[in-house]
Design a protein around this ligand. Structure first.
Ligand SMILES: [Zn+2]
Length: 299
């Protein structure tokens, strides 16, 4: 039923995070400690043994959208429940071993890509912003279905809701930078753009312990100064997107209406994010591709 056996978990699980989370989530008799065996591991070739993990062992400290019901062999999950979302995830082909793309040999500017320049049969899910809505089951869904996601966060939202985003990080997500104030950068001074990009990257590094290596400008708006400032703030690449997903619908930017290898799907932290994740997974599956983690391809 689950796609887990043929997918590789991409989580980098840290001991303090697991301990902090498990201390909040473990109720009497729950199987939360199954997660702790992964503490300290960050090897993406070592997937946790998902089938042994009870649903309650997910990284959420927030109230779950659904009660923690142990699955029975016959019960059909209620539509809209976490179990239902997990049950709807298609089974994907094994992802190919990632071949990181060659970065352009320039030394003072970051490349700008609508899609990753690769022919490997993968596509990438990205989730932006963070301030508007944060559906509570998202981290559990990402964990349970092994969905590789990159989060382009505004740093004030990341700071205000750091526990929520840390849960997604524990589930396998990677946090990247999306400025502080979400203003359009094109046409602004180098100093302004650098303040927005570096300021967010600095804050995210403080919050999550890792420097952002990718950047997405708000609204996709950018100019040459943006790419220079992003480079100077540590970004290896600046990403636009090739499809958007909103309220469970994929909107293609090309007439073929199919996800292409290397495509980057954009969605946001909005109320329908669970549906958006599912729609993206189905679209990637229809295209014969497998979702992969952007950071495995841009190193
Ligand atoms: Zn945005």
């Amino acid at each position: 039923m689950l796609s887990a056996p043929v997918r590789r978990i991409l989580a980098a699980v840290t001991l303090p995070a697991i301990l902090a989370l498990s201390s909040c989530t473990a109720g009497p008799g729950q199987a939360i400690h199954a997660r702790q065996v992964a503490a300290g591991q960050s090897n993406p070739s070592t997937p946790p043994s998902t089938p042994s993990i009870a649903p309650s062992a997910a990284p959420s400290t927030l109230p779950s959208a659904t009660p923690s019901i142990l699955p029975s062999a016959t019960a059909k999950p209620a539509p809209g429940s976490l179990e239902w979302y997990v049950s709807q995830v298609p089974t994907f082909p094994e992802p190919p071993p990632p071949q990181p793309v060659l970065l352009p040999p320039t030394t003072d500017t970051a490349p700008f890509w609508h899609r990753l320049p690769t022919e490997q049969k993968v596509a990438f899910i990205t989730i932006d912003d963070g301030g508007l809505a944060r559906p509570p089951a998202v981290a559990d869904f990402i964990w349970r279905a092994h969905i590789p996601v990159t989060l382009f966060l505004n740093s004030p939202a990341a700071e205000e809701h750091d526990v929520y985003f840390r849960q997604i990080e524990v589930a396998g997500g990677v946090v990247e930078s999306h400025t502080i104030n979400h203003n359009s950068l094109a046409g602004r001074s180098y100093d302004y753009q650098k303040r927005e990009i570096c300021g967010a990257a600095d804050k995210l590094e403080t919050l999550f312990g890792k420097r952002a290596t990718l950047f997405r400008p708000p609204f996709g708006n950018h100019d040459a100064t943006t790419l220079r400032a992003a480079h100077d703030c540590g970004a290896k690449a600046v990403f636009h997107w090739s499809e958007t997903v909103h309220e469970g619908k994929v909107r293609y930017q090309t007439p073929e209406k199919v996800v292409q290898p290397g495509d980057v799907l954009l969605m946001h932290f909005r109320p329908a994010l669970m549906d958006d994740l599912l729609a993206a997974l189905k679209a990637i599956h229809r295209a014969g591709l497998t979702p992969a983690l952007l950071e495995d391809y841009v190193r």
